[in-house]
Design a protein around this ligand. Sequence first.
Ligand code: GLO
Ligand code: NI
Ligand code: NI
Ligand code: NI
Length: 407
Amino acid sequence: EGKSMRDHLRFSVVYWHTFRGTGSDPFGPGTAVRPWDDGTDSVDNALKRVDVAFEFFQKLQAPYYAFHDRDVSPEGSNLAESHKNFDRLAQALKDQQQATGVKLLWGTCNLFSHPRYMHGAATTCNADVFAYAASEVKKCLEITNDLGGENYVFWGGREGYQNLYNTDMKRELDNLGRFLHMAVDHAKKIGFTGQFLIEPKPKEPTKHQYDSDAAACLNFLRAYGLEDHFKLNIETNHATLAGHTMMHELDYAGMQNALGSIDANTGDLLLGWDTDQFPTDYYQTAQAMWMILKHGGLGSGGVNFDAKVRRESFEPIDLFYAHIGGMDAFAKGLKIAAAIRADGQMQSFVKDRYASWDSGIGAKIEAGQVGLEELQAYMLEKGQSDANTSGRQEMLENVFNRYIDRV
Ligand code: GLO
Ligand code: NI
Ligand code: NI
Ligand code: NI
């Protein structure tokens, strides 16, 4: 559909899980064997990690990567020192990008790990913390711009609340709106032309996340006049946590021209949290790609593996297997989805279902030519409505799956 297969598979490796993940969980410390890493958060160690990361991207032939400021560069003892560290690391990233041709899909700020962000960042009750977060976004935007980042992501982190008895939700959302407007203004000022993306997610880490799903994000963006500046970064496991499917979230974003990029992982059906498992299921990736193709692709976005190896998969080689498995699942999913769309049968299910709408009064309704009065007159004359007989609900998924088995 006007694009090559590769345009749809702009794979991206995340710095956080892949190079900073330790395999720790609430029940025990890290298990990961990372021979290049001395386990400290020093600038020296961070510089070593950059070389390892780019060697990994190249061996994997991944065209893109993504980072948070704190993944690539250690927190300093004050803001100025953090900025200085970030400058040093950004130079190393830039050198490696130039040497290897690997590009930055997006940058973002970690505004959720440090204890200062325990009440949120843009939605904190502490104005100094708001100012701190704003300073970090300013810096990270400038560095993302300098590294040619094609997008800039805001995932809500701790932007939400645990309890309404001590939360002024309206005030916090107003402040989030202000924060994002400041980012838009600064992007304009420094000439950053990348796409801003909001990444919806419910439930984690706060009980009520403000950006819980695509619909909540789009409503927020419109309420604060930000809709022209942001699209969405849709993550599979976040969609399922919100009680939706990935297809639903992609379609909802796509129909409002807000489909920006995807964080590829898989929503676990057994566990109720964001397990960030690598996508391995062709049935799921075919569904996702089918919806992405329906909306004309991801634009400046990509297929970003926001996924981590299991705690038991601690050897460095497992990082390769995991990404190769994910790339393979998406490549196969795209192939299947493209074949199904080219065939046209699935699209005909939609057409058939609305056939009587289109041939009857429906055309006038959609053209805005009738109101309640005309519709009542029409119906009084007709006396009774037809029953819509085109169903076939039960076989639709089966038809899709049979295609998958054939491709
Ligand atoms: C957490 C999110 C997180 C974001 C990242 C980039 O569940 O998926 O990993 O993708 O912070 O904004
Ligand atoms: Ni994510
Ligand atoms: Ni996530
Ligand atoms: Ni994640």
